[in-house]
Design a protein around this ligand. Structure first.
Ligand SMILES: NC(=O)c1ccc[n+]([C@@H]2O[C@H](COP(=O)([O-])OP(=O)(O)OC[C@H]3O[C@@H](n4cnc5c(N)ncnc54)[C@H](O)[C@@H]3O)[C@@H](O)[C@H]2O)c1
Length: 404
C-alpha cells in the first residue's frame, strides 16, 4: 500500500521526521531468522516466503545462512558474490569504497576504476589480495574496456559531484554522461551480465507530491541532475535496444563512514560534524527548513548489492532512502547534541545548488521487489558516523613528539 501523499507546499504539511522513531517501512519481512530475505521472493518456494512462524528448512543451502546485524538486518551472505570478478567504478569514493568493502567481505574479486578526483586511497583496504585498483578515467574507453573484461557485474558509481558539475557543466557532461556511455558500451560488447547505475534523487527536482515515487515526474534543476538522468536513460536504452541488463538505484543524501570532511565536496552531515567537533557553528544555507531524506551508508550498500543480484531488478529503477523527512535544522540540532558542542547553528546565504526545498522518497517499490528496508534511524546513523569520525580524527592526529 502506498502512503498517503501530500503536496509539498499545500496543507496539511507532512510532519518532519522524529529522530527517535524507527525507520519507515515494515520490519521483519522474512520468517527465517537466518534467511537472506532478499532471495526468498525469487528463489524460495512461496510457502517459505510467507510470513509464517517456521523453522529453518533442512534443505536451505548452507550458503544462504546469514547473520543478523545489531539492528535486525540480515547481513553477510558469503556466497552472493564469492569468486566473481566485480568492477566498481568510483570505488575509491565515499559510497564506492563502502560497496567495495561489502563485496570483499563476500569474497568477490574486486577491481576499482577511479581517477581519484575525489577518491582517496585511505578509503580502500589497499593490499587486500582480492582487490585491484586501476587509476584511470571512465572517459577513457580503452581503459574501461580492459577493466570490464570478464566481469560478472559492474557497479558504476564514478561521477563528478553536484558542486563540480554546477561549476563546470562540460566536465560533468564528459564524465557523468560520456563515462556512463563508455561503461555501457564496454558492458554490452563484453557481455557483462548486469550494470548497476548509481543515480540520484536530484532527478526529481522540486516534486509535486511527497513522498516521491519512482515514476513521478522528473524535473532537472541542475546540470548534475541532467547528467545523472541521462545516465539512467542510457541504461534504459541499452536494456531496451540491446538487452543489456541494468538496474538503477536513486540514492537520497547518503552519509556515514568514509564521507570525509576534508573532502571539500562532502555532504552536509560531514560538514556539520566537522564544525561541531571543532567547536564551531554548523553553517546552514537558508532558513534550515529545507528537508531531505538522509540515508545511512550501510543501508545504501545493501540496496546497491541487492540491485546487482536480484532477478527482479532487471531494467528497474529504485529509490533508496528511508521514507523519513528531516529538516536541516533538525539535522544540525541532532549533530550538536551528539557531539556535545556548545554552539548554535549559523545561518548564511543560500547557494546556487540549494534549489530543492523538500525531498523524501517512497521506498515501497524496493521494499516489495528487493525485500530491502533501511535498518538505521537517522539518530543511529549519526551516532555511528560520529564514532567513525572520532576514530579517524584521532588516528590522523599527530602523537606527542610527532609532526611539526
Ligand atoms: N553521496 C550521496 O549522497 C549521493 C546521492 C545521490 C547519488 N550519488 C551518486 O553515488 C555515486 C558515488 O557518490 P559519492 O558520494 O561516493 O561521491 P564521491 O565523489 O565520493 O565518489 C565518486 C568517485 O568517482 C571518482 N571519479 C570521479 N570522476 C571519475 C572519472 N572520470 N573516472 C573514474 N572515477 C571518477 C572519484 O574520484 C570518486 O572516487 C555517484 O555516482 C553519485 O552521483 C551519491
Amino acid at each position: 500500500m502506498f502512503k498517503k501523499r501530500v503536496a509539498p507546499t499545500g496543507s496539511p504539511r507532512k510532519r518532519p521526521y522524529d529522530f527517535f522513531q524507527q525507520p519507515a517501512g515494515p520490519v521483519a519481512l522474512c520468517p527465517f531468522a537466518l534467511c537472506p530475505f532478499a532471495l526468498c521472493a525469487d528463489i524460495l518456494p512461496t510457502q517459505f516466503a510467507a510470513p509464517l512462524k517456521v523453522s529453518l528448512p533442512a534443505s536451505l543451502p548452507a550458503q544462504w545462512l546469514a547473520t543478523k546485524s545489531e539492528h535486525g538486518a540480515i547481513m553477510n551472505y558469503p556466497q552472493r558474490f564469492a569468486g566473481q570478478k566485480i568492477v566498481v567504478t568510483g570505488g575509491a569514493g565515499f559510497v564506492g569504497s563502502n560497496v567495495v568493502r561489502g563485496l570483499l567481505a563476500e569474497n568477490a574479486r574486486v577491481v576499482v576504476l577511479d581517477d581519484f578526483y575525489t577518491g582517496d586511497d585511505d578509503n580502500l583496504p589497499v593490499g587486500s589480495p582480492n582487490l585491484d585498483v586501476v587509476r584511470g578515467s571512465v572517459t577513457d574507453f580503452d581503459v574501461v574496456r580492459q577493466v570490464v573484461e570478464g566481469a560478472g557485474l559492474v557497479f558504476h558509481l564514478a561521477a563528478r559531484n553536484i558542486i563540480v558539475s554546477t561549476r563546470n557543466p562540460r566536465e560533468d557532461y564528459e564524465v557523468n554522461i560520456g563515462g556512463t556511455l563508455n561503461v555501457l558500451l564496454a558492458a554490452r560488447e563484453l557481455n557483462v551480465p548486469r550494470v548497476v547505475y548509481s543515480s540520484s534523487t536530484s532527478v526529481y527536482g522540486n516534486p509535486r507530491y511527497l513522498p516521491i515515487n519512482e515514476d513521478d515526474a522528473t524535473n532537472m534543476l541542475s546540470p548534475y541532475a541532467v547528467s545523472k538522468f541521462a545516465g539512467e536513460n542510457y541504461c534504459k536504452a541499452f536494456y531496451e535496444s540491446y538487452g543489456l541488463s541494468s538496474a538503477v538505484v536513486r540514492y537520497s543524501n547518503v552519509y556515514g563512514t568514509a564521507q570525509r570532511p576534508d573532502n571539500p565536496y562532502c555532504g552536509v552531515v560531514s560538514k556539520f560534524f566537522e564544525s561541531a567537533m571543532n567547536g564551531e557553528s554548523p553553517r546552514i544555507h537558508g532558513d534550515g527548513e529545507q528537508t531531505r531524506d538522509f540515508t545511512y551508508i550501510d543501508d545504501v550498500v545493501e540496496a546497491t548489492l541487492l540491485a546487482g543480484i536480484s532477478p527482479k531488478a532487471d531494467g528497474q529503477v529504485y529509490n533508496v532512502g528511508t521514507g523519513r523527512e528531516v529538516t536541516v535544522n533538525q539535522l544540525a540540532r541532532a549533530i550538536i547534541e551528539i557531539t556535545g558542542a556548545k554552539v548554535d547553528p549559523a545561518y548564511v546565504d543560500r547557494r546556487d545548488i540549494d534549489n530543492i526545498r523538500r525531498r523524501v522518497v517512497n521506498i515501497e517499490k524496493i521494499r516489495r521487489e528487493l525485500r530491502w528496508i533501511p535498518t538505521f534511524t537517522v539518530e543511529q546513523g549519526l551516532r555511528r558516523t560520529y564514532a567513525w569520525l572520532v576514530e579517524t580524527v584521532q588516528k590522523k592526529a599527530p602523537r606527542v613528539g610527532e609532526g611539526a
